[in-house]
Design a protein around this ligand. Structure first.
Ligand SMILES: Nc1ncnc2c1ncn2[C@@H]1O[C@H](COP(=O)(O)OP(=O)(O)O)[C@@H](O)[C@H]1O
Ligand SMILES: [Mg+2]
Length: 213
């Protein structure tokens, strides 16, 4: 049987540079001959992408926090079954743009405290933890000005609409997760230029993959 792959997740507020760095890391690893699967949440499998639309489009109050948590969990279950587990079983490195820590942070930062619910649903229905999580840390205002500049998808802005104060609470939630699980999580200062951030990403990832930094 092939060696099991490596599951890496990238987390942090909107505009922190997750997608940029995930792509750069994937390219660097592929150049070294590794099989790399890039994926994202919510989504990452056909059914999960349909659930993504329900989650990221529409009015901020479209779902209660509880319903939202169940939709995220359903999408994650599909993604893990159809995309992540098969890739890991085939020995690939899976780089996932957002995963359970985003659900923990968003549901922890909201008006209804659902952190325990997220953790219980994860233990019941998902049961797959990342081998390594990079938490991109950036000031909430800086993140919002980057996403304003990006101005990509007016449609996919249900969470971005929640505003600067929410982004600031989210940042604290991500930092608290990193502090609680220092073995799994590495905080990356995301304020630097893309090349400098990529260097820090490589320093964190390479030794864990048995590569020289
Ligand atoms: N280190 C950086 N410095 C300045 N701008 C950046 C940096 N990294 C990414 N960006 C830009 O900021 C925006 C958000 O980056 P992105 O990777 O999409 O963030 P995220 O996926 O975390 O929301 C994009 O327009 C991207 O080109
Ligand atoms: Mg992104």
């Amino acid at each position: 049987m092939a060696k099991r792959g490596f599951f890496l997740t990238v987390e942090g507020i909107d505009g922190a540079g997750k997608s940029t760095q995930a792509q750069r890391l994937a390219e660097r690893l592929r150049a070294l001959g590794h099989s790399v699967i890039e994926t994202r949440e919510p989504g990452g499998a056909p059914g999960a992408e349909e659930i993504r639309k329900l989650l990221v489009e529409g009015a901020p109050g479209r779902w209660s926090a509880e319903t939202e948590t169940l939709l995220f969990t359903a999408a994650r279950r599909d993604h893990v079954e159809r995309t992540v587990e098969p890739a890991l079983a085939a020995g690939s490195i899976v780089i996932c743009d957002r995963y359970v820590d985003s659900t923990r942070a968003y549901q922890g930062a909201g008006a209804v405290e659902l952190r325990q619910v997220v953790d219980r649903l994860h233990a019941l229905a998902i049961r797959l933890d990342p081998d390594l999580t990079l938490i991109f840390d950036l000031d909430a205002g800086a993140g919002l000005s980057r996403t304003d500049a990006r101005a990509n998808g007016a449609a996919e802005n249900r969470f971005e609409q929640k505003g600067a104060a929410f982004q600031a609470r989210l940042r604290q939630e991500f930092l608290a997760i990193a502090e609680a699980e220092p073995e799994r999580c590495v905080v990356i200062d995301a304020a630097a230029a893309p090349d400098a951030v990529a260097d820090k990403v490589w320093e964190a990832v390479a030794p864990r993959l048995g590569l020289t930094p």
